[in-house]
Design a protein around this ligand. Structure first.
Ligand code: FPP
Length: 254
């Protein structure tokens, strides 16, 4: 658990050569943030959307290549109907208001998950944002929307099986790289696996997020509730990451 007050108060020095290329975030704690203020849960989600803007800009300025945000899981449909409907409206609000700034900052939008199951207006907002930012060459802002990692793996297995059945590949072609390319992060190529996975709000679990891809990610947990997370908190998380010794199963001491 990361809770370094000293670093929060002083300016955090980061090694610009070791900024994580791919950061994935489980944005948690919107409901608790709202409850603390005697507000409805959706007020927390609204504020969480503002945090998405702040953190996107901060990550892009730091030189992060891919920022993957877990915005809605395949399990989140179990929430009350009103909350689901509010959450489905957030991408519409976010993109309507924020795409010009994304373009100005050369940020490209991508979305992974079962988009076809989202309400029509959410699908349209997502597809429009993807196409409007398609020429941007800077950071990829990748939303996991109606995403679940077991679903991701199941679909990859099904696709690989049908390619074998159609004689497009053979069983011996299956290796880690082929599996990675069949996952929803496959389009990210060398950046498919997060270097750093952050979860906010003090919870320390993965909740069906990028299970294959985080095999060697550094995991950093913070007590900060997502709506309170900001550019400074992001720097703290990267500071923690930069002080880890990534060995990838070997003995390397960087
Ligand atoms: C988990 O907090 C958060 C979510 C399920 C929704 C996350 C969505 C956002 C932060 C906004 C996304 C913005 C865009 C642009 C798509 P929780 O509600 O489970 O919090 P709790 O554990 O405190 O109840």
């Amino acid at each position: 658990m990361f809770n370094n007050k000293k670093n929060a108060e002083s300016s955090i020095h980061l090694d610009s050569d070791r900024i994580p290329k791919h950061i994935a975030i489980i944005m948690d704690g919107n409901g608790r943030w709202a409850k603390k203020r005697h507000l409805p849960r959706i007020a927390g989600h609204r504020q969480g959307m503002e945090t998405v803007k702040t953190v996107t800009m901060a990550a892009s300025k730091l030189g992060v290549k891919v920022l993957t945000l877990y915005a809605f899981s395949t399990e989140n449909w179990k929430r009350p109907k009103d909350e689901v409907s509010f959450l489905m409206g957030l991408p519409v609000k976010f993109f309507n208001n924020f795409v010009p700034e994304l373009i100005e900052n050369n940020v490209k939008v991508s979305v992974m998950g079962l988009i076809d199951q989202l309400p029509e207006n959410t699908q349209k907002a997502v597809r429009d944002a993807i196409s409007q930012t398609s020429k941007c060459t800077g950071m990829i802002l990748n939303f996991a929307l109606n995403y679940g990692s077991r679903l991701d793996i199941r679909l990859a297995v099904q696709n690989i099986a049908s390619e074998i059945k159609n004689d497009a590949i053979s069983i011996s072609d299956i290796d880690d790289d082929l599996i990675s390319r069949h996952l929803m992060t496959g389009f990210l190529g060398d950046y498919a696996d997060p270097d750093l996975l952050i979860r906010t709000s003090g919870e320390e679990r993965i909740s069906n997020f990028l299970l294959w891809q985080i095999a060697y990610s550094e995991l950093v947990f913070t007590d900060a509730l997502w709506p309170d997370f900001d550019g400074q908190t992001l720097r703290q998380m990267i500071f923690e990451y930069q002080h880890r010794n990534r060995r990838f199963g070997g003995l390397k001491n960087e």
